[in-house]
Design a protein around this ligand. Structure first.
Ligand SMILES: Nc1ncnc2c1ncn2[C@@H]1O[C@H](COP(=O)(O)OP(=O)(O)OP(=O)(O)O)[C@@H](O)[C@H]1O
Length: 573
């Protein structure tokens, strides 16, 4: 265990409440003491069994103490005390296992919570560049790998304390044997370091395997229509089973390493014990010393095994811990400022993006190059242009999803940054080509925008969004929309999403290709709804030629990240 590993372990254990740490420490110490004392009880028991004969050869203090105890308690009393000690240790170990599991959960849950919060608080640009299946696998599965590492770490700390007590007992009986045993134990730990390195490599394989499996399953289940239409069911099933195979190979290799190192350690322990007995017998060491030493030795080997396999599992969990640490660090570095206490002011005159430049990571040319666009308050602007011109990027700037690399977003001449920028985001609403609905009732989907919205307000929003059909459904607002709203048509989904946006009373409504996947009827229904909103809020429509762009007060053309013109709708966009 290197210094950095110890520091990392201490850092992880910091999320265990102090009371729990105190309980763990007390239980660990009490369990270890009961173990040591129980083993040492052999000495007075042997003395009582042999009427003092076997006391010869014991260190002076041990001979007199065991003789006194044997005389005072008798064999029956000593046996009863021994049984009581074993029973007490069983209770202590039961409580210890519970305390260790609770501590493990405390660490894991704290990590999960911190990672989740860090992700939720990170900026959109950072989040949109991430592979979310990696984050899901970390939050759901890898934290349990980390939990296993923590549990083993706590177990190995218990083994260290118990080994220490057992060693002290051995030292009291025979210092030389105890020192030789300690050196042997350290040599074993050093020799077994290659198993731990191997376990760490396998830990990396498991992290990769879990990520690949999660990514594959998530992508496949999210693309079922595509898979079915291309007849790719077999290929998808094969890819999943290949991913499962790779993961299982890594997991089985870990079991093999653990079981192999255990078999080696226990066999080496047996050989060492045989040697000790042999040498002791040859040198005429008395039974009174030899028997308790053998018992202490026999107990030390499994404890050493727990220690070694604990270190091995800890090494195995390290890659998952490193993944979590790195994600946490990156997400925290991309953290957005906290929301301002007061809501952002509604624009009276204009919302403007000025001299804005945006460079996406890994791209040579900027997505937006020194763009200035002013949206008069209450106006409706259509933004058109070829694919990749930068329309969505510009809409993201207006909606304050992120700040430009250069330039500003301002409302009525006041530049927005930091918390004000995040606050403005709350007052704008987006409608994308594929609306986001949650697998719950329409009521809950609407209330997602405003939890205190009443029935009448919801109905009004639905009517304004040309979504009155909801009220005619057999279960009305309580209709469950299905996974991502798949129990509704695309147009119905989009109109419910518009109603949800309106419920939040947005100052800026952005429709990014909101009707491009809809038929003429739904396009017209959304257009009717938007016509009713004109003048009530500022509207920015992105799209190719259609009912919505035709309704705009003006049309702005974007080309290669620059404003290419303003006025009439270009004939080919
Ligand atoms: N997250 C990203 N990382 C890297 N490049 C990006 C990212 N998002 C957009 N781009 C690139 O930035 C440019 C502008 O993209 P944007 O989505 O703004 O264009 P658009 O005009 O909305 O296109 P479309 O009409 O096809 O939706 C494109 O070249 C696109 O490939």
């Amino acid at each position: 265990m290197t210094l950095s590993t110890i520091r990392r372990a201490a850092g992880l254990l910091r999320s265990i409440p102090p009371g729990q740490i105190a309980l763990l420490s007390a239980l660990t110490l009490a369990s270890a003491l009961s173990e040591g004392v129980g083993l040492l009880m052999l000495v007075p028991m042997l003395s009582a069994l042999s009427a003092g004969e076997l006391a010869a050869g014991l260190p002076g203090w041990a001979a007199s103490a065991s003789a006194t105890l044997a005389q005072w308690m008798g064999l029956g009393g000593l046996l009863a005390l021994f049984v009581a000690l074993v029973a007490a240790r069983a209770v202590l170990n039961y409580r210890l296992a519970l305390a260790q599991t609770r501590s493990q959960y405390a660490v894991v849950d704290d990590w999960r919570d911190r990672i989740y919060r860090a992700l939720l608080s990170a900026g959109w640009r950072h989040l949109s560049a991430m592979r979310q299946s990696d984050n899901i696998s970390l939050l759901i599965q890898l934290v349990d790998t980390i939990g296993d590492g923590i549990f083993r770490l706590l177990g190995l700390l218990t083994s260290v304390v118990t080994l220490g007590i057992v060693w002290l007992a051995a030292f009291a009986l025979s210092p030389v044997t105890a020192l030789v045993g300690a050196l042997g134990g350290m040599a074993v730990l050093a020799l077994f370091s290659r198993f731990r390195r191997h376990a760490r490599g396998l830990g990396s394989d498991v992290v990769r395997g879990i990520g690949a499996l999660q990514g594959e399953a998530q992508e496949t289940l999210g693309a079922l229509r595509l898979i079915k239409s291309h007849g790719q069911e077999g290929g998808a099933a094969l890819r999943l089973s290949q991913n499962v195979g790779a993961l299982r190979r890594a997991q089985l290799a870990m079991i093999r390493t653990t079981a192999g190192s255990r078999a080696l350690l226990l066999s080496a322990g047996a050989v060492a014990m045989a040697l000790v007995v042999w040498v002791a017998f040859a040198r005429g060491v008395s039974l009174a010393v030899l028997l308790p030493l053998v018992a202490l030795f026999a107990r030390s080997v499994p404890l050493l095994d727990t220690l070694q396999s604990g270190l091995q599992h800890w090494s195995h969990a390290l890659p998952a811990i490193e993944r979590a640490e790195s994600l946490l660090a990156q997400a925290s570095a991309a953290r957005e400022p906290d929301l301002p206490a007061a809501p952002a002011p509604r624009p009276l005159h204009e919302i403007a993006v000025t001299d804005a430049t945006v460079r996406h990571a890994g791209r040579d040319s900027p997505a937006l190059d020194d763009v200035t666009l002013v949206l008069p308050a209450g106006s409706m602007t259509a933004l058109v242009g070829p694919s990749g011109a930068g329309k969505s990027t510009l809409a993201d700037l207006f909606g304050a999803m992120f700040a430009p690399d250069a330039g500003t977003l301002s409302v009525d001449g006041m530049p927005l940054d930091g918390a004000a920028l995040v606050g403005w985001r709350r007052t704008s609403a987006y409608l994308h080509q594929e609306p986001v609905l949650f697998h719950t009732t329409i009521r809950r989907n609407l209330q997602w925008a405003r939890s205190d919205a009443g029935e009448a307000e919801m109905k009004r929003a639905l009517e304004r969004a040309s979504a009155g059909f909801v009220l005619e459904l057999p279960e009305g607002l309580d209709t469950v929309v299905g996974d991502a709203g798949r129990r509704l048509s695309g147009g119905e989904r989009q109109r419910i999403a518009l109603a949800r946006a309106l419920l939040g009373d947005p100052a800026l409504l952005i429709l990014d290709e909101a009707t491009s996947a809809l038929d003429a009827e739904n396009d017209a229904a959304i257009a009717r709804a938007i016509a009713g909103l004109k003048g009530q809020c500022t509207i920015l429509v992105i799209g190719h030629r259609g009912a919505l762009t035709d309704m705009a007060d003006r049309v702005v053309t974007l080309r290669n990240g620059r404003i290419a013109g303003e006025g009439a709708i270009p004939s080919a966009s």
